[in-house]
Design a protein around this ligand. Structure first.
Ligand code: SF4
Length: 238
């Protein structure tokens, strides 16, 4: 079951990992050196999630996979490394939006570019939008989402579109997903679109990229692999 956080009144974050320097493996910044801040907890329960240790209490004792860290400590750790790009991911990082905003403000003030990876169910605040370089929004398709979850929040998606700083990245797991992406992007005016295969093994990932390439081009969308999988397979924290 997922665990939804209560509002946090102080400046502490529930952190799963801070890691890097590494490469951003997905989307428009693929190949760029980055530091990653992976926050714990999610409001969805996707069966194919590759970070279940951030939310799945049936399989994990979240206390063993969570560090409660101050914004100051996370900021210091990130700024100690040279990459100018910082990716705040999860889990669902916007469950901790007030504190994430403070973190993003500090990183931006220190000259870092901040990207947020989100499932798109929680609208970004104006304060966060002001200091974020890009939102990488990944709405979950019916083929990927858990039964009973509500992965599409029209108001939140509209808020991301309004920021003019969002790209929309979709994980493709079956052939019908491309039509589902088309329906969703038409209905909510989502652009630009990035399509990504699910693969967590390099061989399968390459095969899936090749299978998707022509149709992705025909539809006018962008295609991304997962560089970290090509380089390191499914190793955690790379
Ligand atoms: S939204 Fe992302 S982090 Fe949350 S369960 Fe789904 S894949 Fe995992």
């Amino acid at each position: 079951m997922s665990t939804v956080l209560p509002p946090m009144s102080d400046r502490r974050l529930l952190v799963a990992d801070v890691f890097g320097p590494t490469f951003q493996g997905e989307g428009p910044s693929t190949g760029q050196q980055a530091m990653f801040v992976r926050l714990s907890r999610c409001n969805l329960r996707c069966p194919g999630c590759d970070t279940p240790y951030t939310w799945d209490t049936r399989r994990y004792d979240l206390r063993e996979h969570t560090v409660v860290a101050s914004v100051e400590a996370v900021t210091e750790q990130v700024l100690a490394a040279p990459p100018t790009l910082v990716v705040i991911t999860g889990g669902e990082p916007l469950l901790q939006q007030p504190t994430v905003t403070v973190l993003a403000e500090r990183l931006a003030a220190a000259g870092r570019r901040v990207e947020i990876e989100t499932n798109g169910t929680i609208a970004p605040s104006p304060a966060l939008t002001a200091v974020v370089d890009r939102f990488n929004v990944s709405p979950k398709l019916p083929s990927f989402a858990a039964d009973g979850d509500r992965p599409i929040n029209a108001a939140a998606l509209a808020a991301f579109v309004a920021t003019e700083r969002a790209v929309f990245k979709f994980v493709v797991t079956e052939p019908g997903d491309l039509n589902a992406i088309g329906d969703l992007t038409d209905r909510h005016g989502l652009a630009p679109v990035w399509v990504m295969p699910e693969g967590t093994q390099s061989g399968q990932l390459v095969a899936d990229l090749r299978a998707l390439a022509d149709e992705t081009l025909r539809r006018g969308w962008n295609l991304t692999g997962r560089l970290h999988v090509l380089l390191w397979e499914d190793a955690r924290g790379r």
